[in-house]
Every structure is written in C-alpha cells, then in structure tokens.
Design a protein around this ligand. Structure first.
Ligand SMILES: O=P(O)(O)OC[C@@]1(O)O[C@H](CO)[C@@H](O)[C@@H]1O
Length: 442
C-alpha cells in the first residue's frame, strides 16, 4: 500500500506530463497543468497519509455513493488505517477527480498507453487464438456422429475456452505467451494433456457444474450472460473470444459486458478500451511482424464482434456502482437497480482478483468456506443471479476449496510461499443463486 499507490500515481503523472509536452493550445496546456497540480497534491496526501476527505462534486454519478460511505464508515480514517481495498479504490476515485473537474481533459485516461501496450506485446497468444477462432465454430457434422457426440465436442470446447477466459486474467500471461510449439498444439487439442495440466491448478473447480448449468438454461429464450469485466487488452480479448463462442453455439443469445466509467485499478476496462480493442483489430497496425493470414484472422474476429454489437447480441454497460468503494455484499442494498438488472440474466461471470475480493467481502474466511456462503447476499437474496468467479489467485482471500481446502492451503503455505499472489493458481466457483424469485428490497 505505502509504496504501490505512490508508484502508480507517479507513473500516472509521468504519462500526463508526456501528454502535456505534446500540446500546442495554451488553454489546453493550462488546463492540463492544473490536472497535474491536483495529482501532485494527491501524491502529498498519499505520502503524508492524509485523512480521507469527501469527494468533491464533480458531476460524476457516484459522488453521493462515495460520500455516504466515507461519512458512515470512514470518518477520520486515513490511507493506512482504512481497509486496504477501500483505500485503494478511494485513490482511484481521487485520481478521477483530478481530471473530471477540468475543462478539456475530463476523459483523459492516464493508464491508456499502458493498457494498449499489454495487448500489442501479446502478439503470439493473440494470433494463436485469432487463427483458431476466426472461422465460426461449427459442431462437427459427420453424418455418423450422434447428437451426443456433437454435444461432447461442444462440451470440450466450452471447457477449454472457459479456461482461456480464466487464464487471460493471469498476471504474467505466461500460460499463453511463453509457450513452445508443442504446448500450443496441446492447447489446441480439446481435452488434451495440456488442459489437464493447467486444470490441476484450479483449486476450486466448478467447471463441470458450470457446463451443466449452461445446459439447464439452454431452453430459456433470453439466455442472457453477463461479464463483470476486469482487465483491458489481452484479458478482454480472451473474454471476447469466449463470449463469441457462447453466441455462436447458442449457449447465450445476448452477452452484456460491464466495464468501468473511468480509469480504475490501472488496467480495468473502460468504454474507450472496449472500442479501442475492436477497432485496432480491424483497422490498426499494432503488429508489424505479423503476416497477412494472421492480420486477416484478427480483422475477421473484430468485424464479427462489431457486428454482434450492431445486432444487440453484445452490449457494453458502465454502471457507476462498479467504481465505488462498496463491495458486492452491499450491492443489493446500495444499488437496487443494478441488483435487479443482474437478476434478469441467466448467469454473471465476475472476472479477476479484485471482483473476487469484492464478492467475498475481502474476508479471511477459511478456504473450506462454500462460495455461496462467502458471497453472502449475492447468493442468498431472493432473485440473486447465478454467479461465477473466474479468478487467478493474486491476493489472500481463498474460499470454495471444498472439505479438504484448509489442509490444502496449509500445505501450500508451507511448500510454496507466495502462492497466493503468483497468479499460478485459480478458482472457477459457481453459486446457483435464487434465480426466478421475485427480488425484494427492505
Ligand atoms: O483484478 P486483477 O486484475 O485480477 O488483480 C488486480 C490486483 O493486482 O489488484 C487488486 C487490488 O489491489 C489485487 O487484489 C490484485 O492483486
């Protein structure tokens, strides 16, 4: 906390200074200098461990939500004695404030350059996936194949792509990027040894249950699947590959993607990142070393995804609640409209570590704690949607590992110090919720 937040802010100041040096209009320059001055004063607050003050009224939709929470729970708290998760979120809100009050720079994203970079540096994995999935997925149509066999082919693909979506969240992305030719082949083989190898690192694994749930909702006409997104660039690309498969197979009729309204925890997806990715795939020149076949596969994918959006099969949303200090135990009470909205979908994927921490109240619960218990009202409230957490483990909270979970964690603590922050391990956890029940508020 003490070094991480100032380091991130320092880089944000550097980025803004770089932009400042590229400007020619005096009005814009003066306005941006003031943004930098506000960031510097935030830096002073951070390094001096100042008390958390209310957010100023900058016309953002979440001002009241933030200030209510600060007044109710964090009066007199500072950056170090407020809970880590809240203080970190608060820093991103204060950073937002530095720009939201400006005249010309209210949409400026200090992390945009970094986010674009992660995608352009992932060329191998990007093309590995695009070459494979540019062609629409069709179930094998051998006349001798029984429907069961075809469904099994789809199940294996589902299993694999859920893992692609999961491991897209790994910090170093090494599972996809640093692969040898043989490993890539293994990844391509549905149900091959490689899948088995990565799957053993999924410590709480509801993949099979998840497939059954998709079969249960298969006959619903809406078949709406939501993704509460995490990181932009490569992870978002993996999410889209997966969502594309869900649409093509009919497992989803509509996918709604929930992103952030403004720059958040460095790499989270904003609407600009969402647009950037699709447009760069279709029109961009990010990969100078790629050959024409590779580039064409990327263009085809991007074109298809843009078409989904035009047809309303994919929808991007940005509710203010995703950028507030509350966790998801409070979503039902603090954001009834969002809870109601989510209750109408068939299943919500929450991507990544931060979402997982918010789902589980960031609580030090024993690893054997069932996921449904750990997420509280998001599972137990009437009308709660089915929830899936797809998360590579990068922080302390670990739940849903089953009866042997506590011993497993004890053993890993001894044998692999740092296993909880390495991103090597993961969870795929499903809560059945209480779908279909009437949502009620106190
Ligand atoms: O959400 P992600 O991208 O998987 O992980 C984000 C992260 O780096 O930032 C969070 C907040 O500090 C941590 O929980 C986690 O380590």
């Amino acid at each position: 906390m003490q070094s991480r937040l100032p380091t991130i802010l320092g880089k944000a100041i550097d980025d803004t200074t770089r932009t400042l040096n590229e400007q020619s209009s005096e009005d814009k320059i003066i306005d941006l200098v003031q943004c930098i001055e506000r960031m510097e004063s935030l830096m002073t607050d951070l390094s001096g461990n100042a008390k958390l003050r209310p957010i100023i009224d900058d016309n953002e939709a979440d001002v009241a939500l933030w200030n209510k929470e600060i007044a109710k729970y964090f009066q007199g708290k500072d950056f170090l004695n407020a809970p880590w998760l809240f203080a970190e979120a608060y820093k991103y809100r204060r950073l937002r404030e530095c720009f939201s009050v400006s005249k010309f720079w209210s949409d400026y994203d200090v992390f945009f350059r970094q986010k674009c970079d992660t995608f352009s540096r992932s060329a191998d994995a990007v093309f590995e996936l695009s070459l494979r999935f540019a062609e629409p997925f069709i179930r094998p149509s051998d006349p001798n194949d029984t429907p069961d066999k075809n469904l099994e082919a789809e199940r294996l693909m589902f299993h694999e792509l859920t893992q692609v979506c999961l491991w897209g969240n790994a910090t170093d992305l090494s599972l996809l990027i640093n692969m040898t030719e043989d490993q890539i082949k293994a990844l391509q083989s549905t149900g091959g040894d490689h899948l088995a190898a990565t799957e053993k690192n999924i410590l709480g694994n509801d993949l099979a249950k998840l497939w059954n749930t998709f079969q249960d909702v298969r006959d619903n006409t809406d078949r709406r699947i939501d993704f509460v997104l995490d990181n932009a660039g490569f992870e978002l690309y993996c999410d889209m590959i997966y969502a594309d498969f869900l649409i093509q197979t009919g497992l989803a009729a509509q996918v709604r993607f929930h992103g952030k309204r403004y720059p958040w925890f460095v790499s989270d997806v904003t609407r600009r990142d969402w647009e950037w990715l699709k447009n760069s795939m279709v029109y961009g020149q990010l990969f100078p070393k790629a050959n024409e076949v590779e580039l064409e596969s990327l263009r085809r994918l991007g074109t298809r995804w843009k078409q989904y959006e035009k047809e309303g099969k994919w929808v991007y949303e940005q509710h203010p609640y995703w950028c507030c200090g509350y966790d998801y135990w409070n979503l039902h009470s603090e954001s009834p409209d969002l809870f109601l909205h989510l209750s109408h979908c068939d299943l919500v994927f929450f991507k990544g570590d931060l979402n997982h921490r918010k789902l589980t109240y960031d609580c030090a619960a024993p690893a054997s704690t069932p996921f449904e218990v750990a997420i509280g009202p998001m599972a137990s409230s009437a009308g709660a949607p089915r929830v899936v957490s797809l998360r590579t483990i990068k922080s302390d909270v670990v739940v849903g590992l089953g009866e042997e979970g506590d011993e497993l964690v004890e053993r890993l603590d001894k044998e692999e110090p740092g296993w909880k922050i390495s991103g090597k391990y993961a969870v795929v956890l499903l809560s059945e919720g209480r779908p279909g029940e009437k949502v009620r508020f106190a």
